[in-house]
Ligand binder design. Structure first.
Ligand SMILES: [Ca+2]
Length: 469
């Protein structure tokens, strides 16, 4: 204990104010002391310098609590996406892109990492720099070294890196703020990543991921290239709900790409013809039913994996034709995962009763719209095959060729509200670039959220739906 109370009331107040905060002494914490000893023996610090720094460090229970409940493990895919794939984050991403276009273009040109990926990372990590963390990094790392045994060795390494980083850059180690895991700045780099991958992208002589967004942009691109990003390659396939049994049995939520395209094709996978047989891919399975719908709160709908435009209309009980017109959707019915659709104010149930079979039926499409295309999944990058999900019920759908199965589903009598019953598997073939995103954060949910957000931002920027102030 670091304090003793002679006055019980004052003591209680102090406890309440401080919670379970405890300042540390090196002699009480051998793992922290070991870090200090190494820093001294390696010539980075003197004992007195470290005594001063650690006398300001405190163990924060809030850090340990947060570490025990990270969003990636606490939430479903749908909830996780809802955290990040919001309209304001998309809007701000377009705005961020506009503001920093020159450096984003340069990063894309020099490193080969698309601007939208960089923007999405910054959007997810710090909401474009608005939230860089409220914890003192020193406190976070000390708390994790002393109070999180499973990864104390890892965080001891980060504590060492952090103190070298602050020394090298003449920063006050006791006052830098970051996440509960010790990540800092626009890109939320942990200290080892900062030291290994950060670059002085605006060439002002300092590498500053906290204060200089330009450095953050270049550093993220550099991180991706150094961690396996392959310029020009895809991240994931378009989602599908129809795969063979032999492909489905490989499906997981693991981030690694383990199976060659040749193996997957032999199992019946319908991969793009330009994927080399030796390229390794993963088979990722998500659950479309995990999507949390927020259309009740606004007149916006975020397109989810598995959607086609008229299915959305049917599900929300709005006229498909009005949805198409209102959102300037082209004659192919192209929509994309993460796109925000404006919904007609007047619901269909105020216009006419919904039809039971309308899940695959165009209700009031404009004359120039090809109805058959609107109701069928296409090879478009953005459209996805939702039809199979309705019948899947969590089981592998079929071992027949996907094209055959997809085409047999069109006129099934199946109430639209059954979409909410049970798991609805959606499969993605993941590429090396998906794995590269998970190098930033190991969660596949994270990678999907980043990718979805990147595509939504790119599409909105291209479509000009947002007025840049
Ligand atoms: Ca700089």
């Amino acid at each position: 204990m670091i304090f003793k109370c002679a006055l019980p009331i004052f003591c209680c107040l102090t406890l309440l104010i401080n919670g379970s905060i405890q300042a540390i002494e090196l002699t009480d914490h051998p793992k922290v002391k070991a870090v200090a000893d190494k820093l001294i023996s390696d010539g980075h610090y003197s004992q007195s310098e470290l005594d001063t720094i650690f006398s300001a460090a405190k163990v924060q229970q809030s850090v340990l609590d947060a570490m025990m409940n990270p969003a990636e493990y606490k939430f479903t895919w749908g909830k996780y996406r809802k955290l990040f794939l919001k309209q304001d984050r998309i809007d701000q991403g377009v705005e961020f892109w506009q503001q920093h276009q020159r450096f984003l273009e340069r990063a894309e040109s020099e490193y080969g990492v698309p601007a939208e990926i960089i923007v999405a990372i910054i959007g997810v990590e710090s909401k474009y720099g608005k939230y860089k963390g409220k914890h003192k990094v020193l406190d976070s790392l000390v708390s994790l070294v002393t109070g999180f045994p499973r990864r104390s060795q890892f965080f001891a390494g980060e504590l060492e890196e952090f103190l070298i980083l602050t020394k090298e850059n003449n920063l006050d180690a006791t006052n830098i703020l970051g996440s509960y895991a010790g990540a800092v700045g626009y890109p939320q780099f942990i200290s080892s990543s900062y030291r290994n991958y950060a670059v002085d992208f605006n060439a002002d002589g300092s590498t500053d991921l906290i204060g200089q967004v330009e450095d953050a942009i270049g550093s993220i691109a550099n991180y991706f290239i150094e961690n396996g990003w392959k310029t020009g390659e895809p991240v994931t396939s378009q989602p599908t709900t129809v795969v063979s049994n032999k492909v489905a049995e490989l499906a997981s939520r693991k981030r690694k790409v383990r199976h060659t395209a040749a193996e997957l094709r032999a199992r019946g996978a319908n991969l793009n013809a330009d994927i080399d047989g030796n390229e390794k891919l993963g088979v990722l399975m998500m659950d479309a039913s995990e999507i949390v719908r927020d259309e009740k709160k606004s007149n916006q709908y975020i397109v989810r994996a598995g959607d086609t435009v008229c299915q959305i209309a049917e599900r929300l009980n709005v006229p498909c034709g009005r949805l198409i017109k209102l959102n300037n959707i082209n004659s192919k019915g192209d929509i994309f995962r993460g796109q925000s659709l404006t919904l007609p104010v007047k619901r269909a149930d105020q216009v006419k009763p919904p039809k039971k079979k309308a899940a695959t039926e165009l209700v009031t499409a404009p004359a120039d719209v090809d109805k058959s295309k609107l109701n069928q999944p296409t090879e478009s990058k953005w459209q996805v095959a939702a039809q199979g999900a309705k019948k899947g019920g969590g089981k592998t759908l079929s071992s027949v060729e996907p094209e055959q199965k997809t085409n047999t589903n069109q006129s099934d009598d199946y109430p639209a509200n059954k979409l909410d019953d049970g798991p609805q598997p959606v499969y993605f073939y993941t590429h090396r670039n998906f794995y590269a995103i998970t190098q930033y954060n190991h969660s596949v949910l994270y990678a999907m959220a980043v990718y979805d957000l990147s595509q939504a931002i790119a599409q909105q920027r291209k479509s000009g739906f947002v007025t840049i102030k």
